[in-house]
Ligand binder design. Structure first.
Ligand code: FEO
Ligand code: CA
Ligand code: CA
Ligand code: CA
Length: 609
């Protein structure tokens, strides 16, 4: 703690310009190691990557596609698996487990022969579907910092892939409910795999949270042909439609005509223990079912665990979870029940800067049989409908919702919402046809550093409105805190906030998804959250064309920043055979590859300082 906390005086890097080309961009005096790429070996026994010879069995041992969320879970020197949960309290910044989501696959960029995205969606072969299912999910890779930079540890016993075929438990109030039962699983308590793994979170007891976001796209079929009207409505709400990809032709559970309840087993948060490579992941039904961006925790000793998350779809909600029991840093076993016993809430943002958390509890208010809820399982499976009935505020696509550990305020990334009509604007979503996105600041009651995140009331304000502060159109004009437009540099403005991270000084690092619509790359922008420079962004990182950047994650000492560059060379008519560029390898034998970078300051000081 110094007086610089939360101010931008320590964001001393030389800002990079807006650009758009086939390369990534960093300030001078910084460099990036390409740490992990699609196809790199994760499990022993596979050699160099040859995309033409790739099989599903091999893909299960290789780094997956479209890396998104990143958690760095430190390992003490010499620590190995099976020694209990002590590793999670390590703050080692030189060795750890990199836990990475693989959100989705793009066959036109992964395989030769598809002439565009459309042909690669509707007519994929059985072998390609199996490879895609093995390329989704999650990877755990031990990494260490060497004199040559960060390197994966190829033979590490921790290394693991989680795919669409990994057996998982279903935990919490919806486990075993009829609506989760299928022919393959009449118990409704076990499911194979996870998909749509966007962002996530970490717990102080050493587990990782993986979100299931756009799972609807994995399913084919027409909800109107489903006999049960409740499920038909539910599947429509998650984008299951006849034009979706054809996985169901080859893996029948992804055809809702064959297995109408299988989609109910997706759209949850998944928790697993990366320190135990044999641990079984579990889906946490307490955190509700929707298009989860992620869930991030506020953990204070002797207080309930509070977790915040967003539902990334137009007019969907911001959520909060509060555990029933208190967090005890000394009780790693007891802490593992905190996310399976507690209450989910949705946010109402009122005019004038106050707000309220509304509990999703069966039997309370409108959440009754008259409105079609049989029990708490229904409330959680249909969390969107429950939140809407409670009067939660429909938002402009909530992405990451995360708390700044320095000022103890919570920030909501709202990426955009082109569907918001003029008559639908409100104080928290002030733009019709919001193309730029914005960021809200939630201030729970209490003193700086000791705020009560479990309180049912809060204050909120608009932290920033994305866009150029000098734009002619007032609806698209950016606004950055109280900064005057002249305080924002030519490349300091951005749009479409998605992921967020905080450095040890409390500066906010925003990752964007969509800036190419405005003529420049997606990337990272860093800014203070307090002081004279509050909300004044500086541009730190730029993606290669076609990509967005995900998962910004610092090592505990702040000296390395990991980023996941997702879908490089996507867009236009780019394909495997004719990509717009071949980042990061620039090798004519290799396609562009989603990759994780490890960014450091050349002098080893904290990134951004
Ligand atoms: Fe997968 Fe919400 O971005
Ligand atoms: Ca994405
Ligand atoms: Ca995202
Ligand atoms: Ca996004």
């Amino acid at each position: 703690g110094s007086k610089n906390q939360g101010s931008a005086e320590n964001l001393s890097f030389t800002e990079i310009p807006h650009a758009l080309d086939g390369f990534h961009h960093l300030p001078s005096d910084y460099s990036a190691d390409v740490l992990l790429r699609w196809g790199d070996p994760v499990i022993d026994g596979v050699g160099d990557f040859d995309p033409a010879a790739l099989t599903a069995g091999e893909q299960e041992k290789r780094f997956g596609y479209n890396n998104d969320f990143i958690a760095f879970m430190p390992l003490d020197p010499g620590a190995g698996p099976g020694e209990g949960g002590h590793h999670c309290r390590s703050d080692n910044s030189g060795r750890g487990l990199l836990c990475v989501n693989h959100e989705y696959t793009q066959p036109h960029l992964m395989f030769s022969g598809y002439h565009d995205e459309h042909s690669a969606t509707r007519g994929v072969s059985a072998e390609h579907v199996a490879i895609e299912q093995a390329a989704c999910g999650h990877a755990v890779v031990e990494i260490e910092k060497t004199t040559d930079g960060w390197q994966p540890v190829l033979n590490s016993p921790y290394n693991r892939r989680i795919t669409l075929n990994t057996a998982m438990d279903i935990a919490g109030p919806a486990a075993g409910d009829t609506r989760l039962q299928t022919k393959a699983d009449p118990t409704g308590k076990q499911v194979f795999g996870t998909v749509g793994n966007c962002a996530g979170g970490k717990t102080p007891w050493g587990t990782v949270l993986v979100a299931e976001e756009g799972f609807g796209g994995a399913f084919q079929g027409d909800p109107d042909n489903i006999a049960d009207p409740v499920e038909a409505r539910n599947h429509h709400a998650f984008g299951i439609e006849p034009g979706n990809r054809n996985w169901g032709d080859h893996d029948r559970r992804f055809d809702i005509g064959v297995e109408p309840r299988e989609p109910n087993r997706f759209g949850w948060m998944v928790e697993y223990d990366p320190y135990d490579p044999d641990s079984r992941p579990r889906k946490l039904t307490n955190l509700g079912r929707f298009e989860h961006e992620g869930f991030t925790l506020v953990s204070k000793p002797d207080r309930p665990i509070v977790a915040y998350g967003g539902d990334d779809d137009e007019h969907q909600f911001v959520y909060r979870y509060v555990s029933r029991a208190a967090y005890d840093p000394a009780d790693n076993t007891g802490n593992r029940t905190l996310l399976t016993d507690g209450t989910l809430y949705a946010a109402r943002f009122d005019e004038g800067g106050s707000g309220r958390w509304l509990a999703l509890e069966f039997g309370e208010g409108p959440l009754t049989p008259e409105n079609g809820f049989r029990n708490q399982a229904d409330v959680l499976i249909d969390a969107r409908r429950a939140a809407a009935l409670l009067g939660a505020t429909p938002m402009d696509r909530p992405e990451d919702v995360e708390t700044n550990p320095v000022n103890d305020c919570t920030y909501v990334m709202l990426t955009k919402n082109k569907k918001r009509k003029k008559g639908e604007i409100d104080a928290a979503n002030p733009r019709a046809r919001n193309r730029m996105g914005h960021v809200l600041e939630i201030v729970p009651p209490g003193q700086y550093g000791q705020r009560d995140h479990s309180s049912d009331t809060f204050q909120w304000n608009t932290f920033l409105l994305g866009g150029n502060p000098n734009a002619e159109d007032p609806n698209e004009r950016g606004a950055y805190g109280q900064q005057s437009p002249t305080a924002i540099s030519a490349s300091g403005w951005f749009a479409n906030p998605d992921n967020v991270a905080f450095d040890n000084s409390g500066n906010m690092w925003i990752a964007t998804d969509g800036c190419e619509s405005f003529g420049f790359h997606d990337g990272l922008w860093a800014m203070a959250t307090e002081g004279d420079n509050r909300a004044a962004p500086k541009h730190f990182f730029g993606c290669p064309q076609g990509a967005e950047v995900c998962g910004p994650e610092f090592t505990p000492d702040g000296s390395t920043l990991f980023v996941a560059v997702q879908h490089p060379a996507d867009g236009g008519h780019s394909t495997f055979d004719n990509p717009m560029h071949r980042w990061p390898d620039n090798d004519p034998k290799l396609p562009p590859r989603p990759s994780v970078l490890a960014i450091r300051r050349n002098d080893g000081k904290p990134v951004g300082s």
